[in-house]
Design a protein around this ligand. Structure first.
Ligand code: SF4
Ligand code: SF4
Length: 466
C-alpha cells in the first residue's frame, strides 16, 4: 500500500482488511503506543524472546491485516495469532487500554472466514464435529461422554495406549496426528454420574433464604467435573441461596468465539439467554447467574458486547451479562456463612487468566481461602501468569504449552504447597498434568493435590458438621 492510501485510511479511520464479518473500531485497532510494557507479562514472549510472539508484535500484524497490507493467508499472521494463548495478561499490563482479547477474537474470526476455502478436508470435518455437533448439542455431548466413560473404564483405553492405535501414521496423513496427544493429555475422566439438574428445577436454601440464584452448570463441568457442580450447589445453599439449575443449557460459546466461529458463538449465546429468561419466568427473578468456570464466566459476561448489534437481543444480552457472577465474586460480595470446620493445609492459588485478566477478579478467591480456619495461603511467584492450558492450546501448541507449564511448576515447587487451588477446569487439568510431569504427585511422601476452590469451601463446611 502506498503512502497516500495509508494516509487516507488514517484520515477516514477505515479498516479495509475486514471484508466478511464484524470489524473492530479503528481507534481500538490503533490504540497501541508500542511502549513494550506488556512484553514481560506475555508467556509466549517470555519463553521465546521473539517480538512476533509478543502482544506488541501481534498487534502490529493485526493492524497490518486490518489495513489491508497483509492478507489473511499470511503464514506469519496465522502462526503468531495461533500461538497466542488469549490469556489477556497483556491487557492488565497495558497503560493505553488496548482491548487485546477483543481484537484477537475479531481478527481470528475474520481470518477464519477469509481462509475457509483453504482449510483441509480433515480440518473442516474436525471443526464441524467439535463445534457444530458436539459442543452445540447438549444431547450429543452427553452421548459422547457416556461412550468416553465406557472407553475409560473398560480395557479399551489400556489396549489403545499399549498398541498405539491413535499414533498410526495413517491418522497423521489425514490430519489426525494429534489425536493420541488429545486423548492422553486433554481427555478428562468422565464423571459418574454426570451432573443432572434437580427434578424440580431448584434446590432450596439450607437455612434462611436471602437470594435466588441460577447456576450455569456448563457443558464440560457437567460431564467431567460433576462433583464440583454438586459442591457449588451445596456451598450456595449454605449461603442463603435458593439455587435454580436450568435444563437444556448449551455450551457458553467461548470455544467457538476463541476459534474464529464468532457467528455460531452468537447462536449459543442467544439460546442460553432464552433458557435463563424462561427459567426466570418460572421461578422468579435471579439475583445472580453463578458460574464456577472462569473461561465460561468471561464469555457469559461478554454476551452484551457479542450481541450489541442485534436489535432484538442487545438489551436482553446486556441484562443477562450484568447478572453473571463468578462463584468467588458472589460469595465475597455477600455476608459469608463462616460456619467452617478446620482444615490444616498449606495451599497456593493459581490465578485463572479469564478470572484475573478477563474479569479482573483477584482478591475474592484469596479472601475466601483466608476465611477457612487452618488454611495457610502461600503466594507462588508469577501466580498471575498463564499455566499454558488455554482451551485446546496444550494440544495445538503442545511444545510451547509444556515450556510454560514447566516454568509454572518450578514456581509451585518453590512455594511447597500441599495443594494447588484453581478456579477453572482447564487450569485444573493442566496443573494436574504439571504435577505429574514434575514428579510431584507422590514425591518424598509430600504429594501435591490440585483442587477447585469450591471443593475446599465445601470440605470446610462439611468438616463443621462432623
Ligand atoms: S493474550 Fe497472552 S499470550 Fe496472547 S499476546 Fe497477550 S499476554 Fe501474550
Ligand atoms: S502495553 Fe499496550 S500500548 Fe504498550 S506495547 Fe503493549 S499493547 Fe501496546
Amino acid at each position: 500500500m502506498d503512502t497516500v492510501k495509508l494516509v487516507d485510511l488514517v484520515k477516514d479511520k477505515r479498516l479495509p482488511g475486514f471484508t466478511q464479518g464484524e470489524a473492530p473500531s479503528y481507534d481500538d485497532m490503533t490504540r497501541c503506543i508500542h511502549c513494550g510494557l506488556c512484553l514481560n507479562q506475555c508467556p509466549t514472549y517470555r519463553v521465546t524472546g521473539n517480538e512476533t510472539e509478543s502482544p506488541r508484535g501481534r498487534l502490529y500484524l493485526m493492524r497490518a491485516f486490518a489495513e489491508g497490507r497483509i492478507s489473511g493467508q499470511s503464514e506469519s499472521l496465522q502462526k503468531h495469532l495461533n500461538q497466542c494463548l488469549q490469556c489477556r495478561a497483556c491487557e492488565s499490563a497495558c497503560p493505553s487500554g488496548v482491548k487485546y482479547g477483543h481484537l484477537v477474537e475479531l481478527t481470528s474470526a475474520e481470518v477464519a472466514q477469509q481462509t475457509i476455502q483453504k482449510q483441509s478436508r480433515s480440518e473442516k470435518i474436525i471443526r464441524w464435529l467439535v463445534f457444530r455437533q458436539l459442543f452445540s448439542k447438549p444431547k450429543n455431548l452427553r452421548y459422547f461422554a457416556l461412550a468416553t466413560r465406557l472407553y475409560q473404564r473398560s480395557s479399551l483405553q489400556k489396549i489403545n495406549r499399549a498398541v498405539g492405535f491413535l499414533r498410526l501414521p495413517a491418522l497423521s496423513k489425514i490430519g489426525l496426528g494429534k489425536l493420541a496427544e488429545l486423548e492422553e493429555t486433554m481427555l478428562p475422566p468422565i464423571s459418574k454420574p454426570l451432573f443432572e439438574p434437580p427434578e424440580e428445577g431448584k434446590v432450596p436454601a439450607l437455612t434462611e433464604q436471602k437470594y435466588r440464584v441460577a447456576l450455569f452448570s456448563g457443558c464440560v463441568m457437567s460431564i467431567a467435573f460433576a462433583s464440583i457442580n454438586e459442591a457449588t450447589v451445596r456451598v450456595l445453599t449454605r449461603n442463603y441461596c435458593e439455587v435454580v439449575v436450568p435444563k437444556s443449557l448449551n455450551c457458553c460459546g467461548a470455544l467457538h468465539v476463541h476459534n474464529g466461529d464468532r457467528e455460531y458463538g452468537k447462536e449459543m449465546a442467544i439460546r442460553n439467554i432464552e433458557v435463563f429468561e424462561e427459567s426466570e419466568r418460572k421461578f422468579g427473578k435471579f439475583d445472580a447467574i453463578i458460574i464456577n468456570a472462569a473461561g465460561c464466566g468471561a464469555m457469559l459476561k461478554e454476551y452484551g458486547e457479542l450481541l450489541k448489534a442485534d436489535k432484538t437481543m442487545a438489551e436482553r444480552a446486556a441484562a443477562f451479562s450484568s447478572k453473571v457472577k463468578d462463584i468467588t465474586e458472589f460469595l465475597a460480595s455477600i455476608e459469608l456463612n463462616r460456619n467452617f470446620g478446620r482444615i490444616n493445609r498449606r495451599v497456593t492459588y493459581q490465578d485463572a487468566c479469564h478470572l484475573l485478566h478477563g474479569q479482573k477478579i483477584q482478591s475474592p478467591p484469596r479472601s475466601l481461602l483466608k476465611a477457612i480456619p487452618g488454611i495457610e495461603l502461600v503466594e507462588m511467584k508469577d501466580s498471575d501468569k498463564c499455566c499454558g492450558s488455554a482451551g485446546i492450546y496444550n494440544v495445538t501448541n503442545s511444545e510451547l504449552s509444556m515450556q510454560i507449564l514447566d516454568e509454572k511448576m518450578n514456581n509451585v515447587a518453590d512455594a511447597r504447597p500441599q495443594c494447588i487451588i484453581v478456579a477453572n477446569p482447564g487450569c485444573q487439568l493442566q496443573m494436574k498434568l504439571g504435577v505429574k510431569r514434575a514428579g510431584l504427585e507422590k514425591g518424598a511422601g509430600k504429594p501435591i493435590e490440585v483442587a477447585h476452590i469450591i471443593e475446599l469451601l465445601d470440605e470446610a463446611y462439611l468438616a463443621a458438621e462432623i
